[in-house]
Design a protein around this ligand. Structure first.
Ligand SMILES: [Zn+2]
Length: 345
């Protein structure tokens, strides 16, 4: 047997008879997108970095907050104190764990306008998002790019995962085909009903092992929907093949990819915590806004990524790309007025 020398950090990985040295090399050559770097995504990033995935592309729009630390591994109190964007905090920690891999970080609000450009060129996408609308966007973008993706979600003590590896198994349905037949979204969010860390670790592990198999041993990939309720110790593998819709606008014969055509909404209520996200197309000059806030003695924090403003009854966060989050309101009109007041200072 040829004695290929590998980085000692991967010795135990290579010892595993299903992976071996050749498998380690395949992982080193892989490029994986992690879309959503919260509870699931931060764990995907850590496991895949330690396993030597050669290039990780991290995409997320949020910054680290203290409420994240219960379940979002790698993030620290210091990251929350500095309000670092999640992808930047992750990139910093991953560099200390494995400096031999490449990590690309995108602070971005993913939409039909930008998703294809952000993810193209990768071999595989891991879903670290927390809502169905984003997963539908991933589904359309991945089918258009012919890029397999691995779905994962968890709420309370229940979670599920599925491999959308359609280039290998085109007879299986896409996410759009199974809408309505599988309860993919209940209307609850983890901020309203909560979630426990062990189910997130389990679903994240199911996704990352499937990602490793995808590169090393595709024949062993799971082709059923996996569900698990950890509290009552019940799991299922559900065969989805009957749900394939030959006229599906994503995976059917004449795809139109409807989610990629949807226009970005200017503003939307965010789940659970009484806040509104504003999306403006024009980028903001944060340094200029910061100067006028300082002149008016308005309390704020400023770093290279965003501006955090404390008004009397509201908190506003402005991002360089024009986005803003207005806290302590669910009224879109009021949020837009507050946003305009601070950016037009
Ligand atoms: Zn479909």
């Amino acid at each position: 047997m040829a004695n290929i020398s590998i980085d000692p950090r991967y010795h135990r990985l290579a010892r595993f008879h299903r992976i071996q040295n050749a498998g380690v090399e395949k992982l080193n050559d892989a490029t994986v997108v992690i879309l959503g770097c919260g509870a699931l995504g931060s764990q995907h990033a850590e496991t895949l970095a330690r396993s030597g995935i050669g290039h990780l592309i991290l995409i997320d729009r949020d910054f680290v907050e203290l409420t994240n630390l219960q379940r979002q591994t790698l993030f620290t109190e210091e990251d929350a104190k500095l309000s670092l964007p999640k992808v930047i905090a992750l990139k910093n920690h991953l560099a200390e764990i494995n400096s031999t891999i490449k990590v690309t970080a995108h602070i971005a609000d993913v939409s039909g306008d930008n998703i294809v450009n952000l993810i193209k060129g990768a071999d595989l996408l891991l879903d670290g998002t927390d809502n169905l609308a984003l997963r539908m966007l991933i589904n359309d973008a991945c089918y258009q790019l012919n890029m397999p993706w691995i779905f994962g979600s968890a709420l309370e003590s229940y979670g599920m995962s599925h491999n959308f590896n359609f280039p290998r198994l085109p007879e299986l349905p896409c996410l759009r085909c199974i809408l309505g037949a599988i309860p993919l979204e209940s209307g609850d969010t983890c901020s309203s009903v909560g979630v426990i860390q062990p189910i997130l670790q389990l679903i994240s592990s199911v996704q990352t092992i499937e990602a490793m198999k995808f590169f090393v041993d595709a024949e062993s990939s799971r082709d059923t929907l996996f569900t698990m309720d950890l509290w009552v110790s019940r799991s299922q593998n559900v065969n989805l093949v009957k749900l394939k819709n030959p006229n599906c606008p994503t995976c059917g014969n004449h795809p139109t990819y409807p989610s990629l055509q949807e226009k970005k909404r200017e503003a939307q209520r965010l789940c659970g915590d009484g806040s509104v996200m504003i999306r403006e197309v024009e980028p903001l000059d944060l340094a200029k806004i910061q100067q006028s806030l300082a002149k008016d003695n308005i309390k704020h924090q400023f770093n290279e990524y965003f501006l955090n403003i404390h008004l009397e009854n509201h908190r506003v966060i402005l991002f360089k790309d024009g986005r803003g989050i207005v806290y302590n309101t669910s009224d879109i009109g009021e949020a837009l007025a507050i946003y305009k007041r601070v950016v037009e200072k």
